[in-house]
Design a protein around this ligand. Structure first.
Ligand code: SF4
Length: 230
């Protein structure tokens, strides 16, 4: 069992699956930059992140429910959790629903997050959850996800990997991959094209940055009437 102070945020799972360097920059070095994808995701969750619940006799819905698992050492929030109860108030079923922008994705980034949330709920409410659901805004419908043994092992494997990287305290080197780097929120901080070739382009990059800064300063001074072209 893990202590409260050792819990890993569930959001770290999708970061480490996307890119281990991105995970380390965000969670170890505390660097973060908003891009269109993260901004849209945040707006979506702000809409859901108003903690409240609805209760009927045999049905209860929790919104933005704080969750954690001391067994796996993870913590986070679940967008929507629907509880079905029997006459005595015992839990009959738990339905976990996560809101996402866009459409269903090939990659498992969202699915491992959903699985981690289910692991928390199973521990908290001593129940078994066979599947979770996504509500993709781009599709306007719920989509079920089988919380298979394979997905559970992938999820717990990522948790172990996060603990190993965190224990090492070392941020992995950048490896530029167009498919992911070009949509990464940390592209400007990470500079994968510069770092990926052993820093050979660093001098050229710094020179270009200096030239660009000088150009920007000149442009500002011109606008302010301090500098003229000859
Ligand atoms: S820019 Fe690429 S290498 Fe750098 S953190 Fe993002 S995905 Fe990883």
């Amino acid at each position: 069992m893990f202590d409260e102070e050792d819990l890993i945020p569930i959001s770290a799972l999708q970061h480490v699956l996307f890119c281990e360097r991105q995970y380390a920059l965000i969670h170890l070095e505390q660097l973060w930059e908003e891009n269109r994808f993260t901004a849209e995701g945040n707006v979506l969750h702000e809409r859901v992140d108003i903690e409240h619940h609805e209760t009927r006799k045999e049905y209860k819905v929790e919104y933005s429910l704080a969750i954690r698992s001391l067994q796996y050492g993870i913590i986070g929030k679940a967008d929507v959790v629907e509880f079905e109860k029997d006459d005595a108030g015992g839990i009959v079923s738990v339905v976990l629903v996560e809101f996402k922008r866009g459409k269903n994705k090939e990659e498992d980034h969202d699915r491992v997050q959903l699985c981690a949330q289910a692991l928390c709920l199973e521990e908290m409410f001593d129940c078994a959850i066979a599947e979770g659901q996504f509500y993709y805004l781009g599709e306007h419908r719920r989509r079920s996800v089988d919380l298979s043994q394979e997905l559970r092992e992938k999820t717990t494997g990522l948790i172990d990997r996060i603990r190993k990287i965190a224990a090492s305290g070392v941020t992995p080197e950048a490896v530029y991959e167009k498919r992911k780097c070009d949509r990464c929120s940390l592209f400007d901080i990470c500079m994968p094209k510069v770092v990926d070739n052993g820093g050979k382009d660093v001098a050229r990059y710094v020179q270009n940055q200096i030239r660009r800064n000088i150009h920007d300063e000149d442009a500002t001074r011109k606008e302010e009437g301090e500098c003229e072209d000859y």
